[in-house]
Each structure stands twice: as C-alpha cells, then as structure tokens.
Design a binder for this molecule. Structure first.
Ligand code: ATP
Length: 516
C-alpha cells in the first residue's frame, strides 16, 4: 500500500536494447503479439476496411522467470521501432495501484487509463495483475470488488481498440476474477511454459553470445539437454555463475587481496566445466520448494533403469505422442479421440525415477501436478476446488498437457474423504480437459490394490499400465560395476597444491578498505 502520485502515471523509458531477438524461445508468442498488437498499429487501414476489432488485452501467465515482463518490454520497443510511432509504455505492479484509503485504488486506476488514452498509442502492463483483480467472493469486503469493477469498466470503455492495449501478467491465473478473463477484455491468453531444450539453447546462446571464445554448438546442445527444469531466469543466473567460476579458476589471487590486482580479462575463458560446476550452485526456481516433476534419469541410475524407461516410453507412445515423432513434426499432432490418454506406472521407483524421466521426455507438454501438497496448498479453497481449477487450467492452455498424479491411491483416499473423488472421475470421463491431455499416475503398490473406479480409468485391456519390474542380474551388475570394480582402479585425483603466483598490484586503484 503506498501513495500513487503523478509520477506513477507517467510512461516508463523503454530500454532500446530489449528486442524480440533478446528473447530465447517463445517464437509462437512473438508471432501472436505481432499479429494482435503490432500489425493493427502499423496497418490500421487493413483493420478498418474489414471493420475488425484489434485486441484490447492480452494475459500472460506462467511460472516466474519465464520471460513475461521481458516480452512486454520487447513488445513496447518493437512497436515504437517497427511501427515508426512512439508508443507510451506504462508498467505497474498490481499491488502498487492499491491504496488503503477508500476509493483511492479506483482513482489511481482511472488516472492511469486516462493518461494512457491521452498518450496513445500506449501499452499498459500490469505485472502481478492477480493482486489487482483477485477472484471476488461473497465474503470479501467491498474494496476488492470495487477495484475489479473499475478495471472492468475501464477496459470495457476502451473504444479505441488497438491504440490502448492492456497486458496483464500473473503466475496465478486461477486466482484472478473470471470476469477479467472473459473475451472482450483479455482477448488472448498466452501461457509461458518452462523452456524446452530448444528454447533453453536459444536463451543460453543469447546470454553467452559475447563470450570469447564463444561456446560451440555441441556445448550449447549438451548444456540445454542437462538443464531440464531451468527457467529463463535460471539460465541467465547460470551464465553469470559460470563466469564467476572461470574468474575464480584463473585468478584465485583476487579473492585473497583486498586491493586491486593487475589482471588480463582475455585470459579468462569460460569452459564447459565451469558451466557444469555452476550448475551445482544453482537450484532452478521450480526445484526450490518441491522437486521438479520432470527430471532426467540421474547418470548413476542409467544402467539400472534406462531399459525400463525405454519400455515405458514405447508403451506410452500407443496412448500419447512422445518426443521422437514430435521433434520431427514441430506442430502439435491431433490425437485420435479414441486414444485413452491415460498411463499408470506402478511399483517401486515409479514416482521417484520412472515417471520423472518420462515427463522429461514430454517437455512439449505443460505439466500440472495433482499431489497431496497441491490439494492442500494455500491457493486452493478445498481439494475438489483444486481439482476443478486444475482441469479448467489444462483446457484453457489449448496445448498438450499432462496431469501428473503423484501417488494415485493417496490422492484418491484424500479426495474420497473430501467428496472430491466423484468430481475427479466425472471431469475425467467428460474429457473436460480436451483430447490432448494425458493423465499420468504413479502408484507404489500393485494395480490390484486400486479401487474398482480407478481400475476403470486405467483399464488393463487398453495397455496403459507399466509395472516396474525387478532389475535383471545384468542391470544390477552394470549398476554396481563402476562402484565395486572400476572406481578402485581410477587413480586418485591429485589436487594442485602449489599456490598461484602473486599478481602485481594495480596502483591506479586504492585499496578496497581505504575506499570504504
Ligand atoms: P515474474 O512472474 O516473476 O515477474 P517473469 O516471467 O516476468 O517473472 P522476467 O522478469 O521476464 O520473468 O524474466 C526474468 C529474467 O529472466 C529476465 O530478466 C530475463 O533476463 C530472463 N529470461 C526469462 N525468460 C527469458 C527468455 N525466454 N529469453 C531470455 N531471457 C529470459
């Protein structure tokens, strides 16, 4: 809660360096924004001739650090560059608009829209718009409903479509008032997924393009492959950390000295090893609170479980498209409506290794988790509400999704107690998520332990169940070989204990302590 003054309704200065080319991946989003926002500004005559109405608003949603703000900034820049017209860009956080005094928040909002209209063409970007337009509930006080109503009225009042565009960004679209998401307000919703391998490669290339020597294509490919679960912001942080690793490796002396030493920047080269070492320091954002659903098989488990993963993928392919085919035909293939789109992995390691490795191969899909913590998270009002919201979100994305049910039996028991089991079954039977969503579940026990209702969802005759088997003798041998037989034969690593040579002091600079 703060004071909102005249300076808050001034457009911000746009950083001219942020262009669409500064964004890795998100090609489809860029194409869509060009069509919806840039073309109406550049070619108003085309839209006038056919009397079509350009977009009023676009909602960006997705996890934090996936480039929503970056894309909005790039858009503002591209509009002014490509359209040849100066576009005013207003950027506000939802919470900045709010004020504790009655009627002030609404006034702030109206002032912002009035200014944007005056300075058109303009883009108003509301970051964290869920704070501004939270779902209204009967129990809420009047304040929030009134702010939401003002936002709706202002958006509805934008008759000059195409000249004032509202972009909202949120990590929690489910927490927003449904009225705001109705067509005619935010005409389009763009989901910002965690980047796939290709997008991660693009982002890495962007942040390392100035490095001398530059990373090879093979290195970029390999790093992109092992950074599953890294978001755009994580990759940026990884690059910064890798540079620090390289500096530490080449000039450890600077860590000991409290004055400036003479160093030569050209001696510092970032290697693949620096990046891999940096990965040990960075915990990807999605992994900080709960382990990420999609995780490639750890290297040491490959001899033990890779065979089973291959077998599970082959089986899964019969019910849902998996990578190899997808990589070739970049578009999202349509599934036959009779495809069951369900897959159950039962047995030991199902939840810890097999399912995460399968999900890592389904990177083109949006993964939504149904787990005990998600049912009880602070964001869901009740377990059945959590299930309804999850299904609705899958449908809204319009992309291939996976609903990943961790420990099916535990979820089922919780839902049965809270009257949510029938909701889950009915939503699934109605295919309310559309035909392009896979229900992937794990179960630590055997298939026979599942109640009849769940066995109907995962029928044996549809070949959609993979039972994790005991490892074979060869698999166990291959798994243990490096530890039992090969490791003792590897010569011990001898660390360089010779201290690095001292570096001359750079007398142009005063000591750090003196400076302070
Ligand atoms: P939040 O929801 O927390 O506001 P966001 O989705 O708006 O997050 P940004 O602020 O756009 O995320 O991204 C954070 C940083 O991560 C950006 O400064 C940018 O450097 C980097 N980044 C994220 N995604 C990309 C991407 N696709 N390409 C290049 N850089 C990216």
């Amino acid at each position: 809660m703060n004071n909102f003054g005249p300076s808050d309704i001034q457009p911000i200065k746009i950083d001219s360096n942020v262009r669409f080319s500064s964004i890795g991946g998100l090609k489809e989003h860029i194409r869509c924004l060009r069509e919806m926002i840039i073309f109406p500004l550049m070619y108003p005559e085309l839209f006038k001739k056919f009397n079509t109405r350009p977009a009023k608003g676009v909602l960006f949603h997705g996890p934090p650090g996936t480039g929503k703000t970056l894309l909005a900034r790039a858009l503002a820049n591209e509009c002014s560059v490509v359209g040849g017209r100066k576009v005013s860009f207003f950027m506000r956080k939802g919470a900045d608009i709010m004020n504790k005094y009655y009627g002030e928040s609404e006034r702030n909002l109206r002032m912002l829209f009035t200014q944007a209209r005056k300075m058109k063409p303009s883009i108003i970007f509301f970051d964290e718009i869920d704070a501004l337009a939270p779902a209204r509930r009967p129990s809420d006080d009047h304040t929030h409903s009134s702010v939401v109503a003002t936002l709706l009225a202002e958006m509805d009042g934008l008759c000059d479509r195409g000249n004032v565009i509202v972009i909202g960004a949120t990590n929690r679209p489910d927490a927003m008032d449904p009225a705001v998401r109705r067509a005619g307000r935010f005409d389009r919703e763009l989901y910002f997924p965690p980047p796939e391998a290709d997008a991660r490669r693009d982002i890495l290339a962007i942040y390392t393009k100035e490095w001398e020597p530059s990373l090879t294509n093979d290195t970029l490919d390999n790093i992109a492959k092992v950074t599953v679960g890294y978001l755009g912001s994580d990759i940026k942080a990884l690059c910064s950390e890798a540079v620090l690793k390289a500096v530490r490796r080449v000039y450890p002396q600077i860590y000991e000295a409290d004055y400036k030493l003479v160093v030569n920047a050209t001696n510092v080269e970032v290697t693949t090893e620096d990046i891999l070492a940096a990965m040990e320091e960075i915990v990807p954002a999605g992994n900080r609170y709960v382990p990420q659903a999609a995780r490639p098989l750890p290297q040491h488990c490959v001899p033990l479980l890779q065979g089973q993963i291959q077998a599970a993928v082959t089986l899964l392919r019969r019910t849902f498209p998996v990578p190899a085919e997808r990589q070739k035909q970049k578009t999202q293939p349509k599934l036959s409506t009779s495809a069951p789109c369900v897959f159950l992995i039962s047995g030991e390691c199902a939840e810890t290794y097999i399912a995460p490795a399968l999900l890592a191969q389904l990177e083109h899909c949006i993964v939504k988790e149904l787990s005990i913590p998600s049912l009880h998270s602070a964001h869901s009002y009740s377990p059945e509400q959590a299930v309804i919201t999850l299904f609705a979100e899958c449908r809204r994305t319009g992309r291939a999704c996976v609903i990943f049910v961790r420990d099916l039996l535990a979820i089922w028991e919780t839902l049965v107690k809270k009257n949510g089991a029938a909701v889950l079954l009915q939503l699934w039977r109605m295919r309310s998520v559309g035909d392009n969503t896979l229900l992937l579940a794990t179960c630590s026990g055997s298939y026979g332990e599942l109640p009849k209702e769940l066995q109907e969802v995962f029928p044996v005759y549809k070949d959609c169940i993979y039972c994790v088997r005991e490892p074979t003798l060869t698999e166990v041998n291959n798994f243990l070989a490096p530890v039992v037989t090969q490791l003792p034969l590897v010569p011990p690593v001898v660390f360089n204990v010779i201290p690095p040579p001292p570096l001359p002091r750079d007398d142009d600079m005063v000591s750090i302590h003196e400076d302070c």
